[in-house]
Each structure stands twice: as structure tokens, then as C-alpha cells.
Design a protein around this ligand. Structure first.
Ligand SMILES: NC(=O)C1=CN([C@@H]2O[C@H](COP(=O)(O)OP(=O)(O)OC[C@H]3O[C@@H](n4cnc5c(N)ncnc54)[C@H](OP(=O)(O)O)[C@@H]3O)[C@@H](O)[C@H]2O)C=CC1
Ligand SMILES: CC(=O)N[C@@H](CCC(=O)OP(=O)(O)O)C(=O)O
Length: 343
């Protein structure tokens, strides 16, 4: 059996932790160096108590010297820090960046939504996009999508691809606190977020907006308008992407259902729910899985699609390992579970 060595930078963070949890179940992977910043020198168990098999491993500083020599390096680092590290890792290493630095194709979009210089564009790790598995096969650099772009794109993609909707898409998406990472932020204190839901990034300013548009342009050939509103909900993990768009003349609920069933019939990590059932975030917790359902609102003449996904699993670590499998020529589903944790 092929054995792959994998290092994880940012191992003390939420993404690093979920990458490691997933890699521990991967039959081909041997876990190598684990790195962090302020936590270097401490053990992984101090930060990730659930990762018992790695509890005694000591976190090293995040340097190219420590990360070199592995087949795969996962970067779970803050925005803006990946490019310098990646530039020092040779083309014989597969570098998988879970941050945003290499996701966008347009330097203008980067400047508008992130500011500063655009580091570049890497093969985009969303295998379900048209033609993307070919792009990822043999890739040596992969940009893991943002969590909202994965959920939103996959939730509306079949309706757009089948020509059922106008390119005027609205996304409203409750999400859990883990999406913001581990570092202390006042609005994520339990006293602030327990028992309430609150919108943020309102008015087309959230940085995932151009990424969703970029993905959907690949689907339909023209760039749609996306109005995206995220909502912080009192949960740890999860996204419930609620996506709507005007239905074109003559489109029926049966057309919508048929488009989703057909589009995702062979996708191992997307489950179209039986008619009448709607996605729930708990059903996909810890799973590399999107649950999706769609219908027509006949009075408003809108297609309504809802997708549930774990932001850290299919939304980051699971998606990253799915793309890794494709890049390395392994079966795409290796080491990935589709079974959630509920209630
Ligand atoms: N959370 C999520 O749902 C998702 C996150 N992402 C992206 O993944 C990346 C990591 O996110 P997340 O795990 O949530 O964040 P966390 O804040 O939980 O973890 C950040 C990690 O990066 C390390 N780190 C911090 N500063 C530096 C630095 N200057 N150089 C090297 N390492 C550093 C931290 O180490 P230490 O503990 O020692 O400070 C920690 O291990 C981000 O780019 C984020 O945008 C992508 C998709 C979803
Ligand atoms: C609750 C919360 O703050 N969620 C994050 C999710 C983004 C994310 O994790 O993706 P990136 O890799 O692009 O940072 C946010 O909206 O910014």
C-alpha cells in the first residue's frame, strides 16, 4: 500500500485539528511534523485533547525546514502567511493551503475584499465543480475553498447548470463560531453568542462573495450576482446555506427536483434528501458531506435550495483530503466518512 507522509502547520488551530482527526483515519497517511506559532514547544494534547494518538507530540515552529521532506503539507494558517512558507517548499511536495491566499483568480477581487497584494491562484479544491477533478489530478498546490463558498456553490449549482434560474442569487447562511478560528474575539464570547443569532458582513462586503461568484461563473459561463449574508448562530460547527434565485419562466418543482437528483447521482459526498425532507446541520457534523434539498416557491417564482455542511469537515479538512486523494491518484473517498454525529 502507498504510504504518504503529511505535515500539518497550524496544528493547534481548529482547521489543523480537524485535518489531523481526518488524517488519523486515512489508511495511506503517516503523520509527520506538527507546527504552530505561539504554541510551539507545547504538546498537541494541550490544544487538541480529542486527538489522543498524537497527544504527546511536541509542536514545532512553523518553518520551511521543519515542513520540508514530507509528501504533503497542510497549511492551516492565518490569511497572508501561507505564500512565504509555500515558496520555500519544492514542487515535489503537495502543498494544500486551507487559508484564502490562493483561492481567487482576480487580483482586483483580492484587493477589494482582502486588501494588499494578491499572492496568486492555485488549483481550486472543489472537485464537484465542472472539470475540476482533471485540474486537481497530479496538482502540487491546492487552494482549499472557503467554507461558505463550498456550501453555497454546491447548494445552487444544479439549478444554475440546468438553466432553471436567473443569475441573481441570494445566500443567507447561518454558521457556527468555529468558522472564526480559535483566537479570542469579543463577539464570539459565550455571553455574546449564546441564545442569539446575529448577521455580520452585511451588504455585499463578506470576502467569500467573489469566491462564490467565481465558482458559479465556472458553472454557467457568465458571472452571476451574488448577495451573501452570513449569520452567526449559537452552535460550534455547521453551515445552513439558504440559497434562492428567480425561477425562469415555465420552471416547475419537478424540474428542480430532477436537476438535483441528476446532478448529484454519482457524487459520493453530496446527498440529495428525499422529497419533503430538509437539511439539518447535525446530520453532517464531522462528515465529509453536504446534504441538499431544493424546490420551487411557486408564488414568489423562486428556486429555494438549502444545503447543510460542517464548515470544518467538508467545508475545510474533509474537502482538503478529498482533493489530496485526487491529486495523489488515490481513490477519492479514501479515509473520508459520510456519516454525521447526531443528535
Ligand atoms: N475555521 C474554519 O471553519 C475555517 C478556517 N479556514 C482557514 O484556515 C486557516 C486556519 O483557521 P483556524 O484553524 O480556524 O484558525 P485558528 O486561529 O484556530 O488556528 C490558527 C493556527 O495558525 C497558527 N498561527 C497563528 N499565527 C501564525 C503565524 N504568524 N505563523 C504561523 N502559524 C500561525 C496558530 O498557532 P498558535 O496556536 O501557536 O498561535 C494556530 O495553529 C485560516 O486561514 C482560516 O481562514 C478555512 C476554512 C474554514
Ligand atoms: C463565524 C465566522 O466568522 N466565520 C468565518 C468563516 C470564514 C472561514 O473560515 O473561511 P476563511 O478560510 O475564508 O477564513 C467568517 O465569516 O469569516
Amino acid at each position: 500500500m502507498t504510504t504518504i507522509t503529511a505535515a500539518v502547520a497550524g496544528a493547534s488551530g481548529y482547521v489543523g485539528g480537524e485535518v489531523l482527526r481526518t488524517l488519523l483515519a486515512h489508511p495511506n497517511v503517516e503523520i509527520g511534523a506538527l507546527t504552530a506559532a505561539s504554541s510551539a514547544g507545547s504538546t498537541l494534547g494541550e490544544h487538541q485533547p480529542h486527538l489522543v494518538p498524537l497527544a504527546d507530540r511536541v509542536l514545532e515552529p512553523t518553518t520551511a525546514e521543519v515542513l520540508a521532506g514530507h509528501d504533503v503539507v497542510f497549511l492551516g494558517l492565518p490569511h497572508g502567511t501561507s505564500a512565504a512558507i509555500a515558496a520555500q517548499l519544492g514542487d515535489d511536495t503537495l502543498v494544500i493551503d486551507c487559508g484564502a491566499d490562493f483561492r481567487l483568480q482576480s487580483a482586483d477581487d483580492w484587493e477589494t475584499f482582502y486588501g494588499g497584494d494578491h499572492a496568486g491562484t492555485w488549483p481550486y479544491g472543489l472537485p464537484e465543480l465542472p472539470g475540476q477533478r482533471d485540474v486537481l489530478a497530479g496538482a502540487k498546490r491546492i487552494a482549499v475553498p472557503g467554507c461558505f463558498p463550498t456550501a453555497s456553490t454546491l447548494t445552487i449549482m444544479p439549478a444554475l447548470a440546468a438553466g432553471l434560474i436567473a443569475p441573481d442569487i441570494t445566500v443567507v447562511a447561518p454558521t457556527g463560531a468555529s468558522g472564526a478560528g480559535k483566537s479570542l474575539k469579543p463577539h464570539l464570547l459565550g455571553s455574546e453568542m449564546m441564545g442569539q443569532a446575529s448577521a455580520y458582513g452585511v451588504g455585499g462586503v463578506h470576502r467569500h462573495t467573489p469566491e462564490i461568484e467565481q465558482n458559479l461563473e465556472l458553472v454557467s459561463g457568465t458571472r452571476p450576482t451574488v448577495s451573501f449574508t452570513p449569520i452567526l448562530a449559537p452552535m460550534s460547527r455547521g453551515i445552513l446555506a439558504t440559497v434562492s434565485a428567480p425561477a425562469l419562466d415555465g420552471v416547475t418543482a419537478e424540474d428542480v427536483r430532477a436537476a438535483y437528483v441528476k446532478a448529484y447521482a454519482d457524487e459520493p459526498f453530496i446527498h440529495v434528501l428525499p422529497e419533503g425532507l430538509w437539511p439539518q446541520t447535525k446530520a453532517v457534523l464531522g462528515a465529509n458531506m453536504l446534504h441538499v434539498q431544493a424546490t420551487l416557491d411557486p408564488r414568489a417564482r423562486k428556486v429555494i435550495a438549502i444545503g447543510a455542511m460542517d464548515n470544518l469537515a467538508k467545508g475545510t479538512a474533509g474537502g482538503a483530503i478529498q482533493s489530496m486523494n485526487i491529486a495523489l491518484g488515490l481513490p477519492e473517498t479514501t479515509g473520508l466518512t459520510t456519516i454525521g454525529v447526531a443528535p
